[in-house]
Write a protein that binds this ligand. Structure first.
Ligand code: DQA
Length: 148
């Protein structure tokens, strides 16, 4: 069975109470639960991890080698700053989809640039918690070669 690693970056542990007007009111626990359910429907296993630490996320990407066939990542603010995360994704060459709850292109200009975008298959941004569901589906369809 295909295994997908879901990575959540900094401050996403506060989802539900963090700026709900921007990020919605769903908690990270609820999002992870929904991803696992969607994984079951898609016939893949889903492992989730949140960290506020850049190095821990880099370690998780390295550890995915040989364990997971795809990565779904919301790198949070590290999206806009982390060469290390970008290099880790490029190094392991595991197909990765980038997601964001908010539309990063309609917000402050410092959010318009994603350092990881050039090394992922694609990006889904702006659909709230649905971004994760859509991202998981897109990743699994990519890995299984499904055409819709
Ligand atoms: C975010 C967008 C980032 O700019 C921000 O720093 C986040 C969350 C999103 O999901 O919309 O922490 O990745």
């Amino acid at each position: 069975m295909l295994s997908i690693l879901v990575l959540h970056g900094p401050n996403l542990n506060l989802l539900g109470s963090r700026e709900p007007g921007i990020y919605g009111s769903k908690t990270l626990v609820a999002i992870d639960e929904q991803l696992k359910q969607e994984g079951q429907r898609l016939g893949v296993s889903v492992l989730t991890l949140q960290s506020n630490h850049e190095g821990a996320l880099v370690d998780a990407i390295h550890s995915a080698l040989g364990q997971h066939q795809g990565i779904l990542i919301n790198a949070g603010a590290y999206t806009h700053t982390s060469v290390a995360l970008r290099d880790a994704i490029a190094a392991v060459q595991i197909p990765t989809v980038e997601v964001h709850l908010s539309n990063i292109y309609s917000r402050e200009t410092f959010r318009h640039h994603s350092l990881i975008a050039p090394v992922v298959i694609g990006q889904i941004s702006g659909f709230g918690a649905n971004s994760y569901q859509l991202g998981l589906k897109a990743l699994v369809y990519y890995l299984k070669g499904v055409q819709v």
